[in-house]
Design a binder for this molecule. Structure first.
Ligand code: NAD
Ligand code: WQD
Length: 338
């Protein structure tokens, strides 16, 4: 089985490519390296023992995409390629709508024209906004996300539902909570460009001295320690869920399938708990100061991921400490490359 993995040199994509290769899939990556680097391809090969086929181009280039579909018999796609910086999406909404949605539609057109099914979409817990109940299951009502980035995820889901229904296709919408950590080999991980916005990259860079101090955005939330609560899911656990979701889609006998799964641990952790866990796991200090709340932040979000366990036989297995230990190993690897 040959799977097109868009954004396969990115953070979650590269870990998923390794899992696909280790499960016997052939992998074709399309990635324009707008947020990744070529050495990740070499490292995927080192970890998995196989080198995926790689095309470096922007998925908005329809004619190049068509050539890939002409050259290979593709059985499915996992579409990671997207811009993902929430703050940037507020400044450049058109860039986000264009990149995230045109890329998606271009691939779906190829699927439609060539009679291919099995499409997995990287969605996000951002589609729930500040949910009225916790934990969040898949039936929790969606709220219009605040950011243009979040809206591209909600729109992507709608596009895929229409696509599956109109053209009788099988799709899986995977709503990730907060992915963290790196591959145990320390050869794959997140490459934050510039000043990180997300918590774990910022904590990591603070521990390593690149940043002076972590700003904790608010300690007056209605949570046990006053800091906001999220569901931090280890990236290798998350990658494994993609293989399970793909295998389920491929085994489905119905022509039209719309699967939706929350991928999280089911456990909420506060910002302070993440800092303490990082310090404990790595025996380092993370200096921090308490600041005002960050605009647009929600108080709490954690998953009910029972549906994924029931239907995919998947659940998160890795502890927060262990995930944060791999993050630190990756940071040391990145520094050793300088
Ligand atoms: P990432 O930026 O590390 O990976 C995305 C990859 O796609 C990058 O390698 C980038 O170069 C590539 N890309 C972007 N636009 C492209 C285009 N037009 N053509 C070809 N390649 C393109 O991001 P990630 O953290 O691995 O996220 C993967 C997916 O998961 C994204 O769709 C993201 O929105 C979604 N997601 C991420 C998170 C998170 O916190 N990391 C949470 C929920 C959902
Ligand atoms: C986590 C917590 C911050 C940085 C974002 C996107 C969401 C999804 C995941 C893709 C919050 C606090 C952070 C810092 C801090 N991505 N924090 N100091 O906000 O849950 O979600 O990433 O779909 O769409 O919005 O993740 O890692 O930015 O923040 O105190 O320097 O850490 O306030 O409570 P978030 P995050």
């Amino acid at each position: 089985m040959t799977i097109l993995v868009t954004g396969g040199l990115g953070y979650i994509g590269s870990h998923t490519v390794v899992e696909l290769l280790q499960n016997g899939f052939q992998v074709i990556i399309v990635d324009d390296m707008s947020n990744s680097e070529k050495f990740i391809l070499d490292n995927i090969e080192k970890v998995a023992g196989k080198r995926p086929v790689f095309f470096p181009f922007d998925l908005r280039r329809k004619e190049l995409l068509a050539q890939v579909f002409d050259a290979y018999e593709i059985d499915g796609c996992i579409n990671f390629a997207a811009f993902k910086a929430v703050g940037e999406s507020q400044e450049k909404p058109l860039d986000y709508y264009e990149n995230n949605l045109f890329s998606l539609i271009n691939i779906l057109q190829e699927f439609k024209n060539r009679n291919i099914s099995n499409f997995i979409f990287s969605s996000s817990c951002t589609v729930y906004g500040q949910a009225d109940q916790q934990p969040i299951d898949e039936d929790t009502p969606l709220k219009t996300p605040e950011s243009s980035y979040g809206k591209t995820k909600q729109m992507g889901e709608e596009i895929l539902k229409d696509f599956a229904t109109a053209y009788k296709k099988k799709v899986s919408l995977l709503r990730y909570f907060n992915p963290i950590g790196s591959h145990p080999s320390a050869l794959l991980g997140e490459l934050p460009i510039g000043i990180p916005n997300n918590l774990v990259p910022y904590v990591t860079q603070t521990a390593s001295g690149i940043r002076e101090q972590l700003s904790i955005w608010g300690n007056d939330y209605d949570t046990p320690d006053g800091t906001a609560v999220r569901d931090y899911i280890y990236v290798v656990d998350l990658a494994k869920a993609h293989v399970k979701a793909l295998q389920k889609l491929m085994a489905e006998t119905s022509e039209t399938v719309i699967d939706i799964y929350n991928l999280g641990t089911g456990k909420g952790s506060s910002v302070l708990e993440v800092v303490e866990s990082f310090e404990r796991a790595n025996d380092v200090k993370v200096p921090y100061k308490i600041c005002d709340r960050r605009d647009g932040d929600i108080t709490v979000a954690y998953a009910n991921a029972d549906k994924a366990e029931r239907e995919l036989g998947w659940k998160a297995e890795t502890s927060l400490d262990e995930a944060l230990r791999t993050t630190w190993e990756w940071q040391k690897y990145l520094e050793s490359r300088k």
